[in-house]
Ligand binder design. Structure first.
Ligand SMILES: *[C@@H]1O[C@H](CO)[C@@H](O)[C@H](O)[C@H]1NC(C)=O
Length: 220
């Protein structure tokens, strides 16, 4: 598990050599599985229209006007070839992993922001996502995931305390101890030790890949 911020703070942990990857794949659109007939990329209107392992998803980012049958589960590169250095793999990373369409707004607040994901973070991980891009801000005496501007989180751009999402990662890694998850942080946190504390509160400190062991200068 790694994190990296624009301020060059890095935190890492993993059962294997790790490094930082920057990929932009706001993929993995919507819900539920079934066993009927439409094949991948064919139009559908309900999950039951799609064949096994597929879901009926809407990917507006692709300019589609109608939902299509979409593969829900990414093939993990380590299941194809094992034992390579971490940086020799390509992993699926979700951009703004926390910006999920169904995420409830703060009480009494109309959220005004945009959404990048339809799956919960837990389901993103279960579906094969191995990197999360998270924007972290000081907000309400805590550290929050927020989509904001000028480094300031507002109640109408806030999603939830970062510790909640990090606990989802902790639960996933505890259930799947051989997996490696990379966290890329867009870091607006000024609270001293704020990031270290929130990772520790989530129980993720035990999974950090030590910064001192991070490969340097393009090494594996
Ligand atoms: C949201 O924030 C604004 C300004 O910071 C504040 O005036 C407003 O009361 C807040 N709304 C809620 C429902 O907390």
């Amino acid at each position: 598990m790694c994190s990296h911020s624009p301020n060059h703070r890095s935190k890492c942990s993993a059962p294997a050599p790790a490094t930082i990857i920057f990929l932009f794949v706001p993929l993995l659109c919507s819900v539920s599985f079934t066993n009927v007939n439409s094949q991948i990329l064919e139009a559908c209107s309900a999950a039951t229209d799609c064949g096994p392992g597929l879901f009926c998803g809407n990917c507006p980012a692709l300019g589609l006007k109608q939902p299509i049958c979409t593969r829900g589960q990414a093939t993990l590169p380590t299941s194809i070839v094992n034992g390579l250095p971490f940086n020799k793999y390509t992993w699926i990373v979700t951009h703004n992993s926390f910006s999920i369409v169904d995420a409830p707004p703060l009480p009494g607040v109309q959220r005004m922001t945009f959404y990048n994901q339809e799956d919960t973070v837990t389901n993103q991980l279960r579906n094969g996502v191995r990197g999360l891009m998270l924007d972290m801000y000081d907000f309400q005496n805590d550290i929050w995931l927020c989509h904001s501007f000028r480094g300031q989180c507002h109640n109408f751009t806030a999603f939830q305390p970062a510790v909640n999402t990090l606990k989802e990662v902790e639960a996933f890694l505890t259930e799947n101890p051989t997996e490696i998850v990379t966290i890329v942080i867009e870091d607006y946190v000024h609270t001293p030790k704020g990031l270290a504390n929130v990772f520790t509160s989530a129980g993720l400190d035990k999974y950090w890949f030590p910064v001192s062991k991070m490969p340097k200068k393009g090494e594996d």
